[in-house]
Ligand binder design. Structure first.
Ligand SMILES: Nc1nc2c(ncn2[C@@H]2O[C@H](COP(=O)(O)OP(=O)(O)O)[C@@H](O)[C@H]2O)c(=O)[nH]1
Ligand SMILES: [Mg+2]
Length: 469
């Protein structure tokens, strides 16, 4: 089949599929719920592997139990009456595999859940007693439905494409792929550019993207090429690559680029991104530190792209009905349990420094913004050791790589972005730890045994607190 025909055949098939986000949109019953004012939609955003799925799972776990959340005011005031996971979602809306992920973390040999490959929804029904006597008089308890959306982080990086023409995208992307950081993984693609057949070129590009992703690079487009199970269409027919002007496949790729925007990116933007009213941005700051200055900049650029795709601001309910905006934002430095407690203050400052420029560009002044160092699931304890007469704050946990418990000195987190020679190879050593078992015992049994997380309750208060009063 000619390449053009293949693309058209794919387009036809794609339009036959009812895309997941349109189904979710139908499930949102958008207008009614805003008027009713008893529902809030939270986007948990972040780059791939930043900790979104674990965060959503742990958030559901703790809300359901209503325990271990002392900084959620409704819980502290004893007004929180409980939460249920809503299992009956509108037809066709894919459910977040909450029980499966919870079971993975609560099993005898707890393990981290597998990466998400598709869009899904966790809907929770929270019940609480309002704070004010007036509202309380109306009813003994009130409900708030919280919709939390989980999706592969790779999709967010596609959003800037909506404002680009193929030729501009190709020029910028080719330049990026030729720069040292990406060239290392993109060489087979770059070598194939001049003479390979289109399928070979496409495959080389997709393999290159996957290799970059494994190396934790983030500026990878098209993002859906990295989550092929969500596609249900042949990758060869969809993938477009960046090629220089006048290249023999330029016209084909331009057509695929345009088709991709209309079929995948625009609906995702309109039905998912544009419909949220609270946002949590998760950033694996420690991983970026671990990987050095080029990765750090790559992560910053990707975060800026994500922020620019959302609309921020406040408005009356009728304005929000017409054009919802993110009215509360929380930045989280995730996996804070990888470093000692004494480092959390710096971790928070470093994240603030990292997102500062981008945050200013999207003018967040009008809305409450919070920054926190967080662990959805605490996998370590902080311990102090003596080393050559020096007191060191270390972490103790079971390493994923060996299954052995170890005490590790992970290094110290700087309060601002390191510059020049402050980047020293030996400086940071953050390891992957195996999860500690999530406790499924009766709520009262877990009391006093630590909360199993770090500041998850503060995130919840910042995101939902005002709606639980
Ligand atoms: N120590 C620790 N590791 C975490 C935590 N949250 C996530 N991780 C690690 O980060 C990996 C990616 O998390 P995941 O939620 O799947 O990321 P996603 O791609 O953003 O959904 C997990 O497999 C864990 O290894 C946490 O709270 N503490
Ligand atoms: Mg995930």
């Amino acid at each position: 089949m000619a390449v053009q025909d293949q693309t058209r055949a794919w387009l036809k098939r794609a339009s036959d599929l009812l895309p997941a986000w349109r189904r979710i949109e139908q499930g949102f019953e958008r207008f009614g719920e805003v008027v009713a004012g008893d529902r809030v939609r939270v986007a948990v955003t972040g780059l791939s592997r930043s900790g979104k799925t674990v965060f959503v799972t742990c958030m559901g776990h703790h809300l359901e139990r209503g325990q271990g959340l002392p900084f959620l005011n409704a819980v502290a005031d004893r007004r929180f009456m409980g939460a249920k996971v809503v299992t009956r979602l509108p037809r066709g809306v894919p459910a977040f595999p909450f029980r499966a992920h919870q079971a993975a973390l609560a099993g005898e040999h707890p393990h981290w859940p597998a990466p998400s490959t598709d869009l899904s929804l966790l809907r929770m029904d929270l019940r609480f007693r309002p704070r004010s006597r007036l509202k309380r008089g109306l009813a003994e308890g009130r409900n708030l439905v919280v919709d939390i959306i989980d999706y592969p982080g790779e999709w967010l990086i596609d959003l800037p494409l909506l404002h680009q023409a193929y030729a501009d995208w190709a020029a910028v992307t080719l330049a990026r792929m030729q720069a040292p950081l990406y060239r290392l993984w993109m060489r087979p693609f770059l070598d194939a550019l001049s003479s390979a057949p289109i399928e070979v070129l496409g495959r080389a590009y997709v393999h290159g993207l996957a290799a970059c992703r494994d190396a934790r690079l983030s500026l990878l487009q098209p993002g859906r090429a990295l989550t092929p199970t969500a596609l249900d269409v042949p990758l060869e027919a969809m993938v477009f690559c960046p090629v220089p002007p006048g290249h023999r496949f330029e016209a084909v790729f331009r057509e695929r680029f345009q088709a991709y925007l209309e079929r995948w990116v625009r609906p995702f933007k309109e039905h998912v991104v544009d419909s949220v009213d609270r946002q949590v941005v998760l950033v694996d700051v420690l991983e970026s530190l671990n990987r050095g200055p080029d990765h750090f900049d790559d992560t910053r650029a990707a975060l800026a792209m994500i922020l620019e795709a959302f609309n921020y601001g406040r408005g009356a309910w009728w304005q929000r009905m017409l054009a919802p905006k993110v009215e509360r934002l929380v930045f989280c430095a995730t996996k804070a349990d990888h470093v000692a407690n004494s480092q959390h203050a710096n971790l928070k400052l470093l994240l603030q420094d990292m997102v500062d420029d981008a945050a200013r560009r999207v003018s967040l002044d009008a809305i409450p913004v919070e920054t926190l160092a967080v662990a959805s699931l605490r996998a370590t304890d902080t311990v102090r050791t003596d080393h050559d007469g020096q007191r060191l704050s270390c972490v103790r946990g079971v390493l994923v790589e060996s299954g052995q418990e170890r005490i590790v000195f992970p290094g110290e987190v700087p309060p601002t972005m390191p510059r020049g020679d402050e980047w020293d190879d030996q400086r940071f050593d953050f390891r992957r730890f195996a999860p500690r078992r999530l406790d499924l015992g009766k709520p009262k049994e877990v009391n006093g045994a630590g909360h199993g997380h770090i500041r998850l309750d503060q995130v919840l208060e910042a995101v939902l607190g005002d709606r639980l009063t």
